[in-house]
Design a protein around this ligand. Structure first.
Ligand SMILES: [Zn+2]
Length: 96
């Protein structure tokens, strides 16, 4: 991507332009976030809405680790995501 940032003659207006030179193919979407995947309404997976980590066995972990620990890619039905906030993000927000 080419990005150009310039100021006009007055220096009070910044002009921004971007041009995409090439694009890499996108990976498959995370099944955990795919709304078309069937969900178990009785199985909830807590997720931090701020940092996208998941609560697994009492520990907040990244999506890849959550998927591995819970063997999410082997399941045909995934847990329902339960959005909340983890203690780390909660502490950050309260201190701001
Ligand atoms: Zn968080």
């Amino acid at each position: 991507m080419d990005i150009q940032i310039t100021a006009d003659r007055t220096g009070r207006v910044v002009l921004f332009s971007a041009r995409l030179r090439s694009e890499e193919p996108r990976s498959e979407p995370q099944p955990l976030f795919d709304p078309s995947v069937p969900r178990d309404d009785a199985d909830f997976l807590p997720m931090c809405a701020w940092c996208d980590r998941f609560l697994v066995d009492g520990e907040w972990v990244e999506v890849e680790e959550a998927a591995e620990r819970l063997e999410l890619f082997r399941r045909s039905v995934l847990p329902t995501l339960d959005h909340g906030i983890c203690p780390r993000c909660g502490g950050t927000l309260l201190s701001a």
